[in-house]
Design a protein around this ligand. Structure first.
Ligand code: FAD
Length: 501
């Protein structure tokens, strides 16, 4: 049933969508994200002028040892098959690895790392290869350690909600598995059809549920990892409370493969909310977004599970790319807000009452609400599909920043003059509640002078405003030199020491 309410005072409407719309209905299935083999991406080493360090090169003898460890099927050397492992999701970075290894057990990971360490062969751990900072693919000819075959779900304890899984399990598979058992994986992101839980842990992925469930530091209760020299570091107790010494597993969360390889994860999966509503709101100014957030936070604090904003360019590009009928007419800004809990009626009433207030006060110009799962998926698909849609438009200079809320949009405005020199455009999304601004600057191709204009300007600005130059995506290859804008020299020195252990 389609419930429709008209607020005559402002001639605006908001809709509660329970009925599928024909055009968007066909777009809700998510497909794994794969690299196109037809696109030729320049080698990272050439594009970014980086020099190879003094690591050994893989020989025929090495390949023989690898086959002994993982079997013939676990070694990929065919040039065409290697391509997808060498090129990153954004199709910006391209390595030149000659061998991909696909272990099936922790012991095999250990044997590989021990051998490579002794032989001084560089290794690039790879999960679903959806990382956005060039860390998931080799820069030169590193051995790629692909975790895709270590994808077994070991157990889900119905009492505690603790899920034990191998690191190569795809996030969406875990989500479905947990959902069928009345639990929710406390992490959701646009790359869920391809990314691995091990990759999520390695990047400390934030995603769309962070507001409700906290970061992976709150939800990962334990890890099994393998250090660079092959030492296996087993799970600890996996209990929520365990103060016996250092919480070592936290060091690996967000370490991006620099400290070792994650092979198994113990993840706390909370009970699954039974009532979810998502609304899209159209707003005319950034000031209105700020006020809307304040109002929503005050009224729905206990049930809001997401609050994000997109600018019009992201919204339009994503709807167009994913063939989604835009739920709202064009506005300068959109807020995507989700509420979830276990009391559908009370929750709906509170949301409706807030929306009526926001619209009659003029803060929100228009809005639509979805309660039905397929509509909710479509709404999220617009947001989650932004990255992919932008990538298809040319070269994307991607900035994933933590910035105080009030300042978020002023960075976009003040830096416009910096990038306006080339024919560029900006597209912005933000995971609002976590202060995470995704600033995308688009050009037809990669121009080093645009990078020089944008960096260090954006990093310095962020640092001056006490933000972070990488809110969620990590440092990888592309942001490795920007760490100094967010970490002190003392902290960087300590990190280097930890890596040497
Ligand atoms: C469409 C899209 C949406 C995204 N949305 C978000 C978002 O909302 N929030 C967010 O935080 N990020 C987001 N990301 C980026 C995010 O970092 C990755 O999608 C994801 O967390 C990486 O997982 P992966 O398995 O693909 O890892 P990969 O990309 O393969 O690897 C990422 C890094 O982790 C290392 N690594 C991978 N697996 C392991 C392992 N088992 N052990 C040790 N190191 C390992 C790699 O060496 C690399 O440095 C998004 C990406 C895309 C493409």
């Amino acid at each position: 049933m389609l419930a429709r309410k008209t607020l005559h005072a402002h001639s605006r409407i908001w809709l509660r969508l329970n009925r599928p719309q024909s055009q968007s209905q066909t777009t809700t299935t998510r497909h794994p994200i794969r690299c196109s083999s037809t696109l030729v991406v320049p080698f990272t080493a050439d594009r970014y002028h980086v020099r190879r360090e003094n690591f050994a090169k893989v020989t025929a003898d090495d390949a023989k040892v690898f086959r002994e460890i993982v079997g013939d099927h676990g070694v990929i050397t065919d040039a065409a098959d290697l391509e997808g492992f060498n090129v990153d999701w954004l199709k910006i970075c391209r390595g030149q690895s000659k061998v991909v290894l696909r272990p099936k057990t922790t012991q095999q990971v250990s044997d590989i790392l021990r051998y490579c360490n002794d032989r001084k062969l560089a290794v690039c751990p790879q999960g679903g290869n959806t990382g956005l900072v060039g860390g998931s693919v080799p820069v030169f000819d590193e051995v790629v350690l692909s975790m895709g075959l270590m994808n077994r779900i070991v157990s889900l304890d119905p009492m505690s909600g603790v899920l034990i899984t191998e690191a190569g399990a795809v996030l969406e598979t875990l989500e479905n598995y947990a959902s069928e058992r009345g639990r929710v994986v406390p992490l959701d992101l646009g790359a869920k059809g391809s990314c691995h839980i091990g990759g999520n842990v390695a990047t400390n992925a934030g995603g769309l549920r962070l507001l409700r469930f906290g970061s992976l530091h709150s939800n990962v209760l334990g890890l099994e990892t393998v250090l660079a020299d092959g030492t296996i570091l087993p799970f600890g107790s996996n209990m929520r409370k365990d103060n016996t010494g250092y919480h070592l597993h936290h060091l690996f969360i967000g370490s991006e493969g620099t400290l070792g390889v994650v092979t198994q994860v113990a993840l706390l999966c909370p009970p699954k909310p039974t009532a979810v509503s998502v609304c899209y709101l159209g707003l005319n100014s950034f000031e209105d977004v700020l006020k809307c957030y304040k109002e929503a936070g005050d009224s729905l604090n206990d049930i809001i599970s997401a609050f994000e904003f997109l600018d019009n360019s992201c919204y339009q590009v994503s709807c167009e790319k994913h063939k989604i009928l835009p739920p709202l007419n064009p506005f300068p800004f959109y807020v995507l807000m989700e509420v979830s809990g276990w009391s559908p009626k009370a929750q709906s009433e509170r949301l409706d009452s807030l929306l009526e207030r926001l619209m009659s006060s003029g803060l929100v110009a228009d809005g639509v609400v979805a309660d039905e799962p397929s509509k909710i998926r479509t709404f999220w698909e617009i947001r989650e599909g932004v990255a992919e849609a932008l990538t298809r438009r040319g070269y994307v200079y991607k900035y994933d920043l933590s910035i105080p809320k009030r300042e978020m949009y002023s960075l976009v405005k003040t830096s416009e003059s910096v990038w306006a020199a080339r024919s560029t455009s900006a597209a912005v999304t933000a995971i609002w509640v976590t202060n995470n601004l995704h600033l995308n600057v688009l050009t037809s191709d990669y121009f080093p002078e645009v990078t020089k204009r944008l960096e260090p300007y954006i990093f310095e600005w962020t640092s001056q405003h006490k933000g972070s130059v990488s809110a969620a995506h990590g440092l990888g290859f592309k942001k490795r030199n920007a760490i100094k804008y967010s970490q002190s020299p003392t902290a960087i020195a300590l990190m280097k020491k930890l890596k040497q252990l």
